[in-house]
Design a protein around this ligand. Structure first.
Ligand code: SAM
Length: 274
């Protein structure tokens, strides 16, 4: 049995990646430090621009050979550095989407000399044309009200009406709040809802997901919950303990599902009837 499967190593990803065989990974989910000066119990988020971009390029070059030809990569970024990093990645992979994660930050004052930033930028990249993508696993079902509103003969039997629609590239999912049952003690924990969508769409059942910057272990938990394997790295020992606790009963974790799938159609309908 492989010794690296379903493990999170308390190790620098750059050295840890040598544990993983080339072309063995179905999906990479990378949520690196954003260079915003956050305290992860280490200096990883405190690099200056030049050092940050050079470090990003270093781990990108170390990780990409691990992807299978059918593999994909999702990377979380901010608008600050996504232009440079997207260019870097586009020289190595094919870019499929720029996904905007709207964190649903409430309006409470905010910046006074610029607009308040309320989104993260996610790049979705693939290695080759024949990449794995299971749309049916992530379709968003229409509710009864919308189905009824689409009952005209031209819509009858339409597959998209029955099975739901393809998620758009704007993902409106609340960040994990301190009071959420899903919350772990990590400053930039990502919602399970987002990571599970990525895994269901881009990793086959039983496939392998690699996350070089595990943080609170959301990728590991999401992989366990969806029947995929995982491997990853995290520098901070305390976060590794949190991951272990979260992995003890991943199915028991309540997932906040605050998607409002048919909101745009509903909005249109109510505008018409107003
Ligand atoms: C943005 S957070 C990841 C959050 C994670 N997605 C979650 O949902 O909890 C980035 C993490 O990467 C870790 N980290 C930074 N540099 C690292 C490195 N070279 N190797 C492994 N982990 C690293 C940090 O300690 C931090 O916990």
């Amino acid at each position: 049995m492989s010794t690296y499967l379903n493990r999170v190593f308390n190790e620098n990803a750059l050295s840890g990646l040598t544990r993983i065989p080339e072309a063995s990974v179905d999906l990479i989910i990378a949520d690196p430090p954003y260079s915003l000066g956050k305290d992860y119990g280490n200096d990883s988020d405190k690099l200056d621009t030049a050092a940050y971009l050079s470090w990003m390029e270093q781990w990108i070059d170390a990780i990409l050979p691990k992807l299978k030809p059918s593999g994909s990569l999702y990377i979380f970024l901010t608008w600050r550095y996504s232009p440079e990093i997207f260019v870097m990645l586009k020289q190595r992979l094919t870019m499929m989407n720029e996904i905007i994660w709207d964190r649903r930050v409430p309006s409470m004052g905010g910046s006074v000399r610029s607009y308040t930033s309320v989104h993260d930028t996610i790049g979705f990249f693939v290695k080759e044309k024949g990449y794995y993508f299971d749309l049916d696993a992530v379709r968003i079902p229409y509710d009864a009200e919308t189905k009824k509103a689409r009952s005209r003969s031209r819509f009858v039997g339409a597959k998209w009406l029955e099975v739901g629609y393809n998620p758009k590239d704007l993902w409106s999912v609340s960040r994990v709040h301190k009071s959420d049952p899903e919350r772990a003690d990590h400053p930039t924990q990502k919602p399970l809802e987002i990571i599970e969508r990525m895994i269901k769409a881009s990793c086959p059942q039983g496939g392998l997901v690699l996350d070089p910057f595990m943080g609170s272990g959301t990728t590991a938990v999401a992989a366990s919950r969806t029947g995929r394997q995982f491997v990853g790295f995290e520098l901070n020992r305390d976060y590794c303990d949190i991951i272990e606790q979260r992995l003890a009963s991943p199915e028991a974790l309540p997932v906040a599902n605050n998607n409002q799938p048919t909101e745009p159609i509903r909005a249109k309908l109510s505008a018409k009837t107003a």
